[in-house]
Write a protein of this length. Sequence first.
Length: 464
Amino acid sequence: MTTSNIQEPFWPRDDILNISRKELFLTQDFTAEELLKRRKKVAKKIGKKAHAFIPSAPPTAGANTAQDAPFYYLSGLDTYHTYLIIDGQSGKSTIFIPEAEVCGEGPENGLGIEHASMIKKKLLFDEVKPISELKKRLSKVEHLYFPQAGVEGGRASRFEATANEKARLEHPWEQVEPRPDRFKRLIRDVAPMVSFEDLCPIIEEMRLIKSPAEIKLMRQAGRLSAKAVLESIKATRPGTTEMQLHAISDYVFRQFGGSGPSYSTIAASGKDTWFGHYSKNNNTLNHGEAILMDTAPDLRHYSSDIARFWPVSGTYSPWQKKVYGMITDYHKVLLSLIQPGRMHDEIYSEAAKIMKKKVREAGYQYRGTAKMVEQMIQRDVKYLNHGIGMSTHDAVGPWRDLPLKAGMVMAVDPMIWLKDKHYYVRVEDTVLVTRNGCEVLTKDVPFEPQDIEALMKEPSNFPI
């Protein structure tokens, strides 16, 4: 596999290249002042009579970079068995952390209570305490907020993690005590009269609007997503396998981002495109088929999302070009309507009117798609599909009920299911709402049919 042609002067990996292992347990993307501001905001929202308790993720075999999103968002720490307490009255925050050999890569390379002064200084905690003092501190709380959800991280969104815990609880052979229930039980052992409240809604509201530092990181994640798809498009030929395209994606994320994938890459060809989250990726690409690819990195706990649909042979068949071309037009219309202050339903309604008119115009290049547009409208899929941030399906609360605001990041994802072809056709980009409209964070790979066909004529950096 030849890759020398795709070396470029700066990629996200360069932010962490040659950093010591101890430093890698501390955020490289957010200032201590930004993290402190987040913690102070939590303190204000929970009120003077309450505390917030935010646990880190437990260590997970095979997912050593996993961290629970709320903990990382407020602490900037990537250690395990670590707990953050925020005092609503004083606004002070305390980290309880074990020895380095417990929460990292052993005593020499880990980060723990031995480094309390460094942690306190670099992340502006008011106190850094050993784990042995945690129960004593919790015994004094009366009203406690904590995230009552599954661990969000390590390629799992909040929704997936919580659903997985629920499924295990309901299965007779796999029953385990859900993590929030275990915390309640252990805390009541030392504070019997404590009352609990879910911290998730407060953090979700905070995560909805991305800070400049978050946007910078998500631009990098978007660039990686686009690079992975672009290189996969150029490498596609009949006889290529879905596995090989998946491998290109993984290589790009690791080589240029120092990261892994945010979710299971979809590299579906032919009729397997019908399955929205197909990820077996074990088929050979055949002449006449098309590919639907959807992939994104987990770049230092932030993600992206992108999807493109392209022909194996390098040229779209008439039906592929007509359907995909119409979808890209719908995509462009949606992007043009994104503005701060606009409601989701308002955008969907106006986009539907524009597309219904467009596909009936005499000179429309993708004629014969009017019924498809009607199908898309009737199906009422939300094409501003989901928030994106610390997860690809970001936990940002009921955001669809709110007007768009600058700093929101979402997937714009028009789609159609073709029963007669057994194909699922879509185009997806990660989009930031700006003060004057929007910015496409995954713009580095084209989506229009003619541009993709031109791209497929370029030499591949992955001759497979």
